[in-house]
Write a protein that binds this ligand. Structure first.
Ligand SMILES: Nc1nc2c(c(=O)[nH]1)N[C@H]1C(S)=C(S)[C@@H](COP(=O)(O)OP(=O)(O)OC[C@H]3O[C@@H](n4cnc5c(=O)[nH]c(N)nc54)[C@H](O)[C@@H]3O)O[C@H]1N2
Ligand SMILES: Nc1nc2c(c(=O)[nH]1)N[C@H]1C(S)=C(S)[C@@H](COP(=O)(O)OP(=O)(O)OC[C@H]3O[C@@H](n4cnc5c(=O)[nH]c(N)nc54)[C@H](O)[C@@H]3O)O[C@H]1N2
Ligand SMILES: [Mo]
Length: 755
């Protein structure tokens, strides 16, 4: 049974209105300011929002979309402003709060309620066998963790999670501590996010990151946006798409849902966006079935390959491997089956192929709609295949653009937060710090849960994030975490991972992006990397909510000193006192960071090299690899639906800002399931009915999310949608993407049951 509490409002009161066919504009600014004002008051609102994404300010914790060199005074979007307000809130969660509420009681509260309580302000411990957190000194907290870690039978009995807001400096120190302890158990949110992109791109082009810059998007002739809802999740991307559009680009949206921002954009920074009709975005909207993208791309490839004049033979001969085998494979596929798998019509599929054929500069952008399926890695290989046919890599205006989520998730990976960093990285660590890091791969997120479930982990530590709500199979994962002897959360805000914990649990409150960070050598800055490999500085400008907070770097270096001891030669104290010394080590360990400190002086930062931009492909073959892969797509049995779990407009992952989803016309509730009108008729349900969602998986275990209101909605046939994290309980732990091990949160087979 789904034991997570319901939202505070009665779901039967949820209001369903018209969904919007445009995004942002004046209502967006209004909503942003309203929430900011409630959380921060007028003065802090002005101080923070005007520093957001400015050259001397802090990096928006909202998303990883890059800033332009020429900034607008208000370089933020509605949802970025909400993310900042959430962190810069003046509400505080202190010792009195924890004295008043037991852990058991807090666990009955909704995610929304927990998040609304404010910033964590002092270190707290929940001792074994007790049901209340009480204050603990920093020193005692570090000693306790260090003692536990040193007492483990093997360092592999601890696992260390990272969410994607951690700065480069903190991430580097963290992975160093973990490897100095002797394990590679470094799961991160990326394992649930763009891992499929990293896996596919590394094998295909030798670099697991996007190849394009903002300028490329502005010059592209065709931009295909697949499996992404930028109006809500990357609103600043819409400004870039608007420029591209004005420069003549064709934009195609591939999505089971007609997401507002993909249809039309009212840019609040331009007069036309405020009073005019906005910019029409997508020239074509292809309402694909969930998981039909690989089939679509294969069909496009087959059609392209029939016309020798669109195939870039010179590029293929000089830079790629595997073309002949791939071409023969794709030509042999049955077009009718491919089209059927997409749920589109053949003219629509041919229309997309014609758009590709007509463009000499094509970019494909994608996000979670592509990465969270069983066959995600194969689908992304297919994206690369199609681009390679026309030589759309390593030339201006063309390339791959996986759009990252968390603002520094890409930087964390660059810094070594990865359970299977390559050998050269370990060699560099060894050279810099004189110890031999463990070489055996560690646990990713799903494998960490399995290990905890099976009693193979004693200590779980998280720097940021909300592990228990971000992960699949909530009941299994809750039981798994509760098996740990010790759980440690380094957090800014209260969340469910503080209430579902090990025997002993610690909350270590930390500074956020917006906070000033003073250390022995003076005020510090940190650095982050955006979705387009640009690294730049970030400096908070607010007084922290409490004097008893430590920065993530302080927490990690102080813990490392105690837990690792003299085993390795790392200047932890210097690292804490002056972050420049961390960057100096990074510059010797991580390629592309030479002269790190001076490059950060450039207010626009610097861009890490991406080999494919100059048509170098550091793969095993030394070339860009075509891949001939079997066609896969989800089959939906009679009477069933395929469910995708996605974000509303009023949430940041597991942080719920409010109960509305403005663009989709939902007000005052989150337990809704969007279903196509024909499916409702076929299944015998009506709009407004209350149902349970029951997931079906090969293990025969019934996973149930109760009490959802059916909403008749324009989604592809057979494909339903509901919000995460309420529906994580439905995602089986073993339902993962091949190769990347990412939970398949966008293809959950369910049936509806009447209440
Ligand atoms: N405001 C806000 N901003 C955020 C976040 C947030 O929660 N709130 N989260 C951040 C993070 S960590 C991330 S990873 C990103 C997430 O950004 P998105 O990937 O945009 O997030 P989702 O809400 O999961 O939306 C998935 C989209 O893919 C579509 N889709 C689902 N399945 C398929 C499919 O099989 N094929 C195709 N073609 N489309 C499909 C869905 O209809 C939806 O439009 O946003 C980041 N930015
Ligand atoms: N069903 C389903 N599950 C999903 C997804 C999905 O689409 N569907 N999406 C997946 C994706 S893409 C992702 S990225 C994950 C997200 O997984 P996480 O990154 O683990 O989750 P968040 O909700 O972003 O974490 C929010 C918490 O981070 C803490 N925090 C915020 N800022 C800071 C900071 O600066 N420092 C520290 N130390 N803590 C901070 C706060 O305490 C806050 O409560 O969820 C994944 N899970
Ligand atoms: Mo993400």
């Amino acid at each position: 049974m789904n034991r997570a509490p319901r939202e505070d409002s009665d779901e039967k009161d949820v209001e369903v209105g018209q969904h919007k066919d445009y995004a942002a504009g004046v209502p967006g600014v209004y909503h942003a300011l309203k929430i900011s004002y409630q959380q921060m008051g007028a003065q802090r609102t002005a101080r923070t929002l005007l520093k957001l994404n400015q050259k001397d300010g802090f990096d928006c914790p909202g998303c990883a979309w890059p800033e332009k060199d020429k900034r607008h005074v208000a370089e933020f979007c509605e949802n970025g402003a909400k993310a900042v307000a959430e962190e810069a809130t003046r509400r505080l969660v202190d010792a009195d709060f924890f004295a008043k509420h037991s852990v058991h009681e807090l666990n009955q509260k909704t995610d929304w309620w927990l998040g609304q309580q404010g910033r964590l302000v002092e270190p707290m411990i929940k001792p074994a066998g007790q049901d209340h957190y009480r204050p603990i000194s920093w020193d005692a907290a570090f000693d306790l963790i260090a003692t536990e870690l040193r007492g483990l039978d093997s360092p592999d009995r601890a696992t260390f999670y990272t969410s994607g807001r951690t700065s480069n400096e903190a991430a580097f120190v963290y992975q160093l501590m973990v490897r100095a302890l002797g394990t590679n158990n470094l799961p991160d949110c990326s394992n649930m996010c763009h891992e499929s992109s990293g896996s596919a791109l590394t094998d295909a082009i030798g670099v697991g990151k996007g190849s394009v810059q903002l300028e490329d998007l502005e010059q592209a002739e065709l931009i295909v946006v697949m499996g992404q809802n930028p109006g809500t999740n990357h609103p600043r991307m819409l400004s870039t798409l608007e420029v591209a559009k004005q420069n003549g680009a064709v934009i195609v949206a591939v999505n089971p849902l007609p997401e507002a921002g993909l249809i039309n954009f009212h840019n609040p920074q331009t007069p036309k966006g405020v009073v005019g009709g906005g910019t029409d975005m997508a020239d074509d909207f292809l309402q694909i079935r969930l998981g039909g993208d690989q089939a679509l791309l294969m069909a496009v490839a087959q059609i392209l390959l029939q016309d020798e004049s669109v195939v870039d033979r010179a590029f293929i001969d000089e830079y790629t491997a595997g073309f002949d085998e791939y071409a023969a494979h794709v030509k042999g596929l049955d077009l009718a089956e491919l089209v059927a798998a997409t749920g589109l019509t053949e003219p629509e599929v041919r229309g997309l192929a014609a758009r590709f054929a007509a463009s000499s500069k094509t970019i494909v952008c994608w996000a979670m709609g592509i990465t969270q399926h069983k066959h995600s890695v194969a689908t992304i290989r297919e994206i690369v295949n199609v681009l390679l046919i026309q030589g759309n890599l390593g030339r201006p205006g063309a390339g791959v653009c996986p759009v990252r989520g968390h603002s520094n998730v890409q930087g964390d990976r660059t810094m070594g937060i990865f359970e299977k960093m390559p050998e050269w990285f370990m060699d560099n660590l060894q050279q810099e710090f004189g110890f031999d890091p463990p070489r055996e791969h560690g646990f990713d997120t799903v494998n960490s849960i399995r290990a905890m479930r099976d009693g193979k982990i004693d200590v779980f530590m998280a720097v940021g994030g909300n592990f228990i709500r971000a992960t699949p199979d909530s009941e299994v994962t809750e039981a798994a975490l509760r098996r740990c002897r010790l759980t440690v959360q380094v957090s800014t805000k209260l969340n469910r991972s503080h209430t579902v914990c090990g025997d002993t649990a610690l909350i270590l409150p930390t500074l956020g992006r917006t906070d000033r960070d003073f250390q022995a050598s003076g005020e510090q800055r940190v650095s982050v990397e955006d979705s387009m490999s640009r690294v730049h500085a970030s400096r908070g400008n607010l007084k922290p909510p409490s004097e008893n907070l430590l920065s993530e770097v302080s927490i990690l270096t102080r813990l490392a000193r105690r837990a690792v001891g003299d085993k390795v030669d790392v200047p932890w104290e210097e690292f804490e006192a002056d972050y420049r010394t961390i960057r100096s080590s990074i510059s010797r360990v991580v390629p592309g960071f030479d002269e790190y400190e001076s490059k950060l002086e450039n207010p626009n930062g610097f861009t890490l090299p991406h080999a494919s931009r100059s048509r170098r492909f550091p793969t095993h073959s030394g070339r860009a690899n075509f891949a001939a892969l079997p066609l896969e797509y989800p089959r939906i049995p009679e009477g069933r639906l395929l469910l995708q779990t996605l974000r509303s407009h009023d949430q940041y992952n597991t942080t719920i800002y409010g109960l509305d989803d403005r663009y989709r016309g939902i007000k005052n509730g989150r337990r809704v399931v969007f279903v196509n009108a024909d499916d409702l008729v076929a299944l015998g349900f009506e709009d407004g009915e209350m149902v349970d969602l029951v997931s079906e998986w090969v293990d025969g275990i019934e996973r149930r999310a109760q009490d959802f209101r059916v909403v008749k909605y324009n989604t592809a046939k057979g494909c339903a949608a509901a919000y995460y994290p309420e529906t994580n309980v439905l995602v089986p732990l073993d339902s993962v993407a091949d190769v990347s091990n990412t939970p398949a949160s966008k293809s959950v087979l369910i049936r509806l049951e009447k209440r």
